[in-house]
Design a protein around this ligand. Structure first.
Ligand SMILES: NC(=O)c1ccc[n+]([C@@H]2O[C@H](COP(=O)([O-])OP(=O)(O)OC[C@H]3O[C@@H](n4cnc5c(N)ncnc54)[C@H](OP(=O)(O)O)[C@@H]3O)[C@@H](O)[C@H]2O)c1
Length: 213
């Protein structure tokens, strides 16, 4: 049996593949060598659709897309595979109400990244008195409140930890419920504070953060 026909070949190589509007990664020391990449090519989307058709990927989605960019994919002529998700920065200081409601109204799920305020260069959400008060009331940690906040908005959440105790803590979020008042208090913390800005891509034609959402 050739390599191409082997059973393993029929398994998808990835569960999901995201097209990201983000800056190219720095290579070596010189930023001058960073290639300009088309971050929102409809051709790229077509290539990703081909991966699904070939059975290499189960689902495809986007990341850091604003609502206009997402709409461009959804209204693409001959769209074969709809984006499953839009992965965006989201936490109580950047609540993303408009973008979440836009995505959900079009059946595109939302994944919140940096839900705990990010790691390096992040913001210390866990010291926020409102979040601490809600945490004490529910006998939970501030991190658990931040994760539960997203779950109750029907937002998928990807908290990151390298600490086994905290990884366990971060999945123990299904045995309590935030009240409507808690949710509103958390939403009121919004200050449109974006941690991930991709400053070197600011002049790119597809830079996603020049419009409100
Ligand atoms: N699509 C994009 O453009 C994009 C951009 C940025 C990030 N992301 C993704 O988003 C995910 C999360 O991002 P992130 O790591 O920057 O932010 P994060 O999940 O908001 O925060 C992670 C930080 O919180 C700490 N932490 C985790 N659980 C905790 C707990 N229970 N109590 C106290 N501290 C806790 C971690 O420390 P310990 O590890 O020491 O526990 C780490 O310093 C990553 O998978 C990342 O790849 C995607």
């Amino acid at each position: 049996m050739s390599k191409a026909e082997s059973p393993a070949r029929r398994e998808p190589a990835a569960e999901a593949y995201l097209q990201a509007a983000r800056q190219p990664q720095k290579q070596g020391r010189s930023r001058a060598k960073i290639p300009k990449i088309p971050v929102l090519g409809l051709g790229t989307w077509k290539a990703m659709e081909d991966l699904v058709t070939a059975g290499l990927v189960k689902a495809i989605g986007v990341s850091n897309f604003n609502h206009e960019q997402l709409e461009r994919i959804l209204t693409k002529p001959n769209l074969r595979v709809r984006p499953l998700t839009n992965q965006i920065e989201c936490h109580p200081y950047l609540t993303q109400r408009n973008l979440i409601s836009f995505c959900q109204s079009r059946d595109v799920s939302v994944i919140a990244y940096q839900p705990l305020g990010g790691s390096s260069g992040g913001v210390d959400l866990m010291d926020n008195p409102v979040i601490q008060t809600i945490a004490r009331k529910h006998h939970k940690s501030p991190a658990q409140i931040l994760i539960r906040f997203q779950i109750q908005r029907n937002v998928i959440v990807v908290p990151k930890s390298v600490n086994p105790k905290r990884i366990l803590e971060n999945i123990q979020v299904f045995d309590f419920e935030l009240t409507e008042q808690d949710m509103n208090d958390l939403l009121r913390l919004n200050r449109n504070l974006r941690l991930t800005m991709f400053p070197t891509a600011e002049n790119h034609k597809d830079y996603p953060f020049h419009i409100e959402f």
